[in-house]
Structures are given as structure tokens and as C-alpha cells.
Design a protein around this ligand. Structure first.
Ligand code: GUN
Ligand code: ZN
Length: 479
């Protein structure tokens, strides 16, 4: 039975949901302390690419079943076994029987493309022209941009994603709207105005001079403000002139802490087009290298049609690939060679790439990543999949001092999940737990793999950003 004091505190945590502008700012959270009891799962290192010996014995997997996670002033303050709760001055939220993970990180996703997600019938270049470019033109309107940014960030939170690297549109207002909406929610966001000065409709092209002015202004206003970071955002080499690519490279030089995001080697048609446009480049990736766009904060989506020289260049420069399996399957782009990436030791994060991808759910993204590797004759472990959506992504984005894990000192960006929703998943989870008569309990890996294969946003109980509840409720009974 909850005491009225406790109910008031939980109400307080719950009220910010659906009304982000009414949420307490960092000051209001000063001194706020609470403890969440659940099964804690995160990583302390990269798990080996393994198809055998997959249980929690992997030293990279940190499995703390039935523990209290302590949160103070928006940061993780520690963890305690379930049987030894913290003292009376901690609000205790007993979510025993649920799974608590670091909030997911979606390293490549397009805000305006919620308007075109699940559009039928085309491969990348036709899809851009038929669906995506027309939809993106609406974001020139500040009202559309603001509403779109709010809808998009709330949708991320509803999928347990608390940090993202996002493409808006070419319009300055669309980047501005995302920065403002993320600040209201306290979310960790990396974004920047899209650069495109050719091969796009008139409403979607900028020019080098105006684009540079807009980028400089956005960097000055938003980069490093709160949890916002700027990304020089080259759509892809086909939509920027060499002069614009050079300007983008100069921006990266001038502002060493900004990110760079773009697409690379997604489809064969695209690769052939880039070879025509840049005949002097050794490869598609080399176009970016020649313009000074590859560095340790560079995030390149897809990277399906790369060769080993490209992979070595990624490793050498510290740039990494945002693998987007849902999009690659939906658009028919190809099958990412993850083992080759590992062999060359360049980073790989996971990304939904909505609206090429068909879901913001990182569980669905992980499940698709498994299927992509299966089609290549490989088997992706749940550990590698989950790591690349949490700690691995944080490390690739150079944000692991802040997010991606449940260590003391990390920002309390958290997602609380039901292990199973619906009769099929509930039965499968019971089998994994050894709760079905006559069947032995399975290794943790089997349970987690079944979870990420069967779960999606319906499993989300709550998303917390810097210790503030942003989606869901923390007083719902555990099924
Ligand atoms: N390449 C250039 N633009 C895009 C885009 O919006 N989505 C995807 N998947 N690939 C791209
Ligand atoms: Zn994309």
C-alpha cells in the first residue's frame, strides 16, 4: 500500500509526461533522490562477436537482477541489491520483474520523415524524389517545423530512445525547432541544418554562402548549450557541390567539437552516381575524406558498399557507421558486412533511419540487424545488438562519459521495459525463465534475445531523461 506522501512524489514524477514544457528544470530537480527496483542490464565493454558461449558470463555484460538503481539530481548515484534498499530519504519505486536499461541511442534518424514512413514501392533515389523531398519542403514553415520536432521527440521517447542524432531539413528553422524541443525535454540531441545545393527541388536547396552563415549562427546559438550538439549535416555527396563540401569541411576544421553526419554507400545506383559526379575520388567515402569530413565525430549512415580500404580509412579517422538494417531491408539497399567492420576496428552504432526505416523501435531495429546478418550467413548476438544501441553508440559518438550505461555519474537517461507483452511473448519469456513445468531455465542470453526479437514500444513502461519522467508511468503494476 502506498502512503500519501509517496503517492504525491510519484504524481510529481508523473505530471511532466505529456506536458514537457511544465517539467521541472534542473534546479527543480536539485536534491531529488529516488531508487528504481528492477532487473538492471548494461555493458562495461564491447562484447565479443560470438555465436557460442553467449551467457552473461561475458565480462562485458553487466547483469544485476533485482537491484535498486539510485538516481540523484538527474544522475546515477549507484546500485544496491534488491534486498538492501537505500534509506528512508529515498523515494522507492518498486518495479521488480521489469527490465531497466540505459535509454536507447538512435544514431541516425530523420525528423521530417515521420510524414513518409512506410511509403510503398521504390528504392532509395526514387523514394527520395517521390516521397521524401516533397514532404521535407513543408518544414520551411516554422509552425510545421515546431510541431514536427515536438511530435518526433515525443515519439522517440515513446520508443525508449532518449538520445539521437537527427536529420531535420535544409531549412534553418527545422534545426532550430529540434534544438528548442530537445532543450524543453532535456534530451541529448545532435542535429544540424541539412546542406544541399544541387539535385533537389527548388524549395530544398540552399547555397554555399547562406548555408555557411546559417550553420555558424546555429553553432553559436545551440552547440554545447545544455545537451544540444551541432552536426554539420551533408545530406549525401550527390546533393552538395564540391564547393559546399569544402565549406562543410572548413566548418569542421573551425569548430573542432562539432559532429558531421551524412550518408555513404547505401545503394549500388547511388554509388555509381557518385562515381560519375566525383570521377577523381577513389571511392564514395573518399569524396568525404578529400573534403575534410572524416573525423572522430563523423557518423556515416549505411556503409554497405564499402571496400577494405574504406574501412581502414574509417578506423584511421575515427569516423563510424550508423548501421540502419530496417531501412536497408525496406528500401532493398543491401546487407551490411558487420564482421568486416569489426575486422577493421571501426565503430558501428545502430540506427532506425526512419523514414527509410519502418519503426523507431530499437528492438525492431536490433531484430532486423539479426536478420540482415542471418542473410549473410552470420548470427548477431543479443549482446552485440544491444551494446550497439547503448554503450557502443555512446562510445562511437564520444558521449560515453554521459550516456549509454548505468554506471555511477552517468546522466539518468533510462528506459524501463516489460519483459513480455501479449500471450506469445509472455509464454516465451516464461520458458526462458524456467517457469514452464518440465522445461529448464535458459541462459540470460536466450531470454534477452527473445525479448529484443519480440518486444517493441508496447513493452515500454517509462522513459526518464536526466532523472525526469518523460513518457509512461512509474506506478503501473507489474503484470
Ligand atoms: N540518402 C540521402 N538522403 C537520404 C535519406 O533521407 N534517407 C536515406 N535512407 N538515404 C538517404
Ligand atoms: Zn538516413
Amino acid at each position: 500500500m502506498l502512503g500519501s506522501h509517496l503517492i504525491k512524489l510519484i504524481d510529481c514524477l508523473n505530471t511532466v509526461v505529456n506536458n514537457p514544457s511544465a517539467s521541472p528544470g534542473p534546479d527543480a530537480r536539485q536534491g531529488a533522490r529516488f531508487a528504481l527496483r528492477a532487473d538492471l542490464l548494461d555493458f562495461t565493454a564491447a562484447p565479443a562477436w560470438a555465436t557460442t558461449a553467449l551467457d552473461a558470463a561475458s565480462p562485458a555484460v553487466r547483469w544485476r537482477p533485482d537491484h535498486w538503481l539510485l538516481v540523484e539530481d538527474g544522475r546515477i548515484a549507484g546500485a544496491l541489491p534488491g534486498a538492501t534498499p537505500p534509506g528512508d530519504d529515498w523515494l522507492k519505486l518498486d518495479q521488480r520483474g521489469r527490465l531497466l536499461l540505459p535509454g536507447f541511442i538512435d544514431s541516425h534518424v530523420h525528423c521530417p520523415q515521420l510524414d513518409v514512413i512506410a511509403s510503398h514501392g521504390t528504392g532509395l533515389l526514387d523514394w527520395l524524389n517521390t516521397y521524401t523531398f516533397p514532404a521535407e519542403q513543408r518544414f520551411a514553415d516554422p509552425t510545421v517545423a515546431a510541431e514536427g520536432a515536438a511530435r518526433f521527440l515525443d515519439a522517440l521517447l515513446a520508443h525508449g530512445t532518449t538520445a539521437a542524432m537527427v536529420f531535420p531539413t535544409v531549412h534553418k528553422v527545422s534545426a532550430q525547432a529540434l534544438f528548442e524541443a530537445a532543450a524543453v525535454r532535456g534530451m541529448r540531441l545532435v542535429t544540424g541544418k541539412v546542406l544541399m545545393d544541387r539535385h533537389a527541388p527548388p524549395g530544398l536547396v540552399d547555397d554555399v554562402v547562406q548555408a555557411q552563415t546559417d550553420c555558424e549562427d546555429l553553432i553559436q546559438r545551440h552547440h554545447g548549450q545544455g545537451r544540444n550538439s551541432y552536426a554539420v549535416t551533408v545530406r549525401f555527396a550527390a546533393t552538395s557541390t564540391p564547393a559546399q563540401l569544402a565549406m562543410a569541411g572548413a566548418l569542421c576544421q573551425r569548430h573542432r567539437s562539432v559532429y558531421l553526419q551524412t550518408h555513404v554507400a547505401e545503394t549500388l545506383d547511388e554509388v555509381r552516381w557518385i562515381a560519375e559526379l566525383f570521377p577523381q575520388a577513389r571511392s564514395y567515402l573518399d569524396v568525404y575524406h578529400q573534403h575534410g569530413l572524416l573525423h572522430e565525430r563523423s557518423v556515416l549512415a549505411h556503409g554497405i558498399w564499402l571496400d577494405d580500404t574504406d574501412r581502414a580509412l574509417l578506423a584511421q579517422t575515427g569516423a563510424h557507421i550508423a548501421h540502419s538494417p530496417s531501412s536497408n531491408l525496406f528500401l532493398g539497399s543491401g546487407l551490411f558486412d558487420w564482421p568486416a567492420a569489426l575486422a577493421h576496428q571501426h565503430g558501428v552504432s545502430l540506427a532506425s533511419d526512419v523514414g527509410g526505416g519502418t519503426s523507431l523501435s530499437m528492438q525492431r531495429t536490433m531484430a532486423d540487424a539479426y536478420k540482415v546478418q542471418a542473410l549473410r550467413g552470420q548470427r548477431l548476438s543479443a549482446w552485440t545488438a544491444l551494446h550497439s544501441a547503448t554503450l557502443g553508440a555512446a562510445q562511437a559518438l564520444r558521449l560515453d562519459h554521459e550516456i549509454g550505461h548505468l554506471s555511477q555519474g552517468a546522466v539518468a537517461d533510462l528506459a524501463l521495459w516489460d519483459w513480455a507483452v501479449g500471450p506469445v511473448a509472455q509464454h516465451r519469456d516464461a520458458v526462458a525463465r524456467g517457469a514452464v513445468a518440465g522445461l529448464p531455465a535458459q541462459e540470460l542470453h536466450a531470454r534477452v534475445f527473445a525479448w529484443l526479437t519480440l518486444a517493441d514500444e508496447r513493452n515500454l513502461v517509462a522513459s526518464l531523461v536526466a532523472g525526469s519522467l518523460r513518457q509512461g508511468r512509474l506506478d503501473t503494476p507489474v503484470p
